[in-house]
Each structure stands twice: as structure tokens, then as C-alpha cells.
Write a protein of this length. Structure first.
Length: 277
């Protein structure tokens, strides 16, 4: 069973292959602008290096965001093109969830007691605005550690996140995500005593985490038609489009009201004319 995982949500694109639970290979490429010019080449190289083919793939794990509007669409478009009309299963990965599980799996490997640990997943949305979600480690009925999301996905100012953590009574707050790397200086300056930050190479997502989530049944299965981006916020284009549409609607209403007004006036004038005639 060959499993292919992909993300192009942030500046760091990631690809990986696993076969029957065994890690075969991973590619990470960081670009300044867009992944569209390099991603297909990197996919070809990954399959070539691992001696596998697209036809062997049975499971596709793809990030649906949140993140770069263009980046999120690239990964989804690529897998839809590569695996169209192929007998594969598709699984969508929310990248905030994946970051939290990446931190969770790492903590389980180095600490004995992680109960009540909070994990903040933070993806940079530029200009000190972040995509965020909050999770907490709890014990289930089998007395095993599990990760629970305790705050929904949202877009927030970094200052609001810092204030929230600063006011929290929780003693162990772990931060993960590229926003932590990008704004580490400010975070350390403001709340160094309230947070713990992973090593730089662990702050960004690895698609091997997607596979681990898949084997632990933490991913939602979907299909090639319903596989769509989760932007979490509107793009500037969509905002402008929405404003333009509202303008068009208001213009139409005013035109309609004027039409009705002049139509009624015309009817009244004709009525008066015919009555006097």
C-alpha cells in the first residue's frame, strides 16, 4: 500500500511516500514566490528516487490549508490532475491540526507526563496576522494521552494570541508553526516565561506527520470532487469581488426603484390625460 502526502500551503512545500507503513522518502522545497514552477519536477524526482510509480499509489493525503491562497490551490490541483480517474482514496489534512499532532507526537517521545499541555498551532498570514487553533493533551478512558482541539480555527492578530497566552493560567504552552519562527523575537520578548518553543527544524510541517495521522485514523476521507481548499479567510480578490457584487446589487435596486417611480408617474399622467380627454 503506497501512500503519497503533499502540502504547498506555506513557503515550504513537502512531499513524502510511505509503503506498508515504511518511510520511503521525503522532499522539502522552500520557495520565495510560488510552488507551481517546481512541484511537478519534485514529485517526479521523489518517485524516481524511491523506485515507485504513480500507478502504485492507493492513498493520497493532501493539505487543504489554511495558508497561502495560491499555495493551497496548487497541491489540490496537482493531486486532482495526477490521480484523476485512478482508483485511489483521498484524505484531507487541515495543516493546523497536522502541526498540533506533529508537536504532540514529538512530546510523547520525550516526556512521560504531558497531560494538560496546551499546543498553539500558528501559521503566518503576513503582517503579524496568523491562522490559529488551540489544542490540549488529555487522557481518554483507556488512560492514554490524546489530543483535543479546545479552540476553533480562526484568524487573529499576533498581539491577541500573545495576550491570550499571557493571561492563561496554564503552565505548559507549546507553540508550533511557521508564524512562531517568523515572529520568534517578539514572542520571546513578550511571553518567554509563558511558552516553550520547539527547535526551528520542528516548527514547520513535515508530511510524514500526515502519514502518521493517517495510520492513527485522524484524517477525514473525501473524494476528488469534494476535495476543496479551506482558506479560513477571504482572499483580497474575493473581498473586492464581494464589494463589487454588493455595488452591482445596490445599483440595480436604485435603478429598479427609479424605474418603478417613473413607471407610476407615467401611468398617473396617462390616467389623468384619458380622464380629462
Amino acid at each position: 500500500m503506497l501512500t503519497f502526502a503533499i502540502t504547498t500551503t506555506t513557503k515550504l512545500a513537502g512531499l513524502s511516500l510511505h509503503k506498508n507503513g515504511k518511510y520511503l522518502g521525503e522532499v522539502k522545497v522552500e520557495v520565495a514566490k510560488t510552488h507551481s514552477t517546481t512541484i511537478l519536477e519534485q514529485i517526479d524526482r521523489l518517485f524516481e528516487w524511491t523506485g515507485t510509480t504513480l500507478d502504485e499509489v492507493e492513498n493520497v493525503l493532501v493539505s487543504i490549508g489554511p495558508g497561502s491562497f495560491t499555495g493551497v490551490r496548487i497541491a489540490i490541483a496537482v493531486v486532482k490532475g495526477l490521480f484523476f480517474n485512478k482508483n485511489v482514496r483521498f484524505f484531507e489534512v487541515n495543516e493546523l491540526d497536522a502541526l498540533a499532532y506533529q508537536a504532540f507526537y514529538q512530546l510523547k517521545g520525550v516526556k512521560n507526563d504531558i497531560e494538560n499541555v496546551k499546543i498553539y498551532s500558528l501559521i503566518d498570514s503576513r503582517k503579524e496576522k496568523v491562522y490559529a487553533a488551540v489544542y490540549q493533551v488529555q487522557k481518554n478512558l483507556e488512560n492514554e494521552f490524546e489530543l483535543k482541539q479546545i479552540k476553533d480555527y480562526e484568524v487573529k492578530k499576533l498581539d491577541n494570541i500573545i495576550e491570550e497566552i499571557n493571561n492563561s493560567e496554564n503552565k505548559e504552552n507549546y507553540l508550533v508553526g511557521d508564524a512562531v519562527l517568523n515572529y520568534k523575537g517578539k514572542i520571546i520578548e513578550k511571553i518567554a516565561d509563558k511558552v516553550k518553543i520547539f527547535e526551528d527544524n520542528s516548527l514547520k510541517i513535515s508530511t510524514t506527520t500526515f502519514t502518521e495521522m493517517f495510520f492513527n485514523e485522524k484524517l477525514k476521507e473525501t473524494n476528488i470532487i469534494d476535495l476543496k481548499p479551506d482558506y479560513l479567510e477571504k482572499s483580497l480578490f474575493r473581498c473586492r469581488q464581494s464589494i463589487f457584487q454588493r455595488f452591482q446589487f445596490r445599483f440595480f435596486l436604485r435603478f429598479f426603484y427609479l424605474f418603478i417611480y417613473f413607471f407610476q408617474r407615467t401611468i398617473n399622467i396617462l390616467h389623468d390625460f384619458l380622464t380629462n380627454f
